[in-house]
Design a protein. Structure first.
Length: 164
């Protein structure tokens, strides 16, 4: 786990495994847990975004490209929109199409659980469901670095992961 503090890593692991004790069964958390459960055995890239976020506009083409390039190797992209008004997100998506799943969280429940430090913020999760890394912001100059991280995780089979 590169950039994750222990508390956040533990919370993320509990969410991924569906064991997070939800005080209120928030639909958005249930939806996220279901999508993560369906992605079991895959590398998951979870991205938080909002319509007002300028770097988010640059991350969408990259996420679309990564999904197209690596989906067959086991990459799953899940994004979570934090706009209070869904219409703002829909307008953003009209201008920046998403070829991946979008969860709407107007109350910011997931943002609190994931302890976001900025926007966009992304998390990579390995094939065993363990948090691997997080990134605050989206820097176009680091796209190759982000992709190499995904390639590294995708190149590990589930059997290699369980040996660790």
């Amino acid at each position: 786990m590169k950039n994750l503090n222990i508390s956040l890593a533990l919370t993320l692991m509990l969410i991924v495994t569906g064991l997070y004790p939800l005080k209120v069964q928030a639909d958005v958390m249930v939806e996220l847990q279901q999508q993560l459960a369906e992605a079991k055995g895959q590398v998951v890239y979870v991205d938080f975004w909002a319509s007002w976020c300028k770097p988010c506009r640059h991350s969408f083409p990259w996420m679309n490209e990564m999904k197209a390039k690596y989906q067959d190797q086991g990459l799953k992209v899940i994004t979570i929109n934090l706009d209070k008004e869904k219409q703002l997100a829909e307008k953003f998506l009209d201008e920046n199409p998403a070829a991946f799943d979008v969860i709407y969280d107007p109350d910011g429940i997931t943002a609190k659980q994931f302890q976001l430090k900025g926007m966009p913020m992304s998390f990579t999760i390995d094939r065993m469901g363990r948090p691997f890394n997080s990134h605050v912001g989206f820097n176009e100059k680091k796209q190759d670095e982000y992709e190499q991280e995904l390639i590294q995780l995708l190149s590990k089979s589930k059997s290699q992961e369980s040996v660790k």
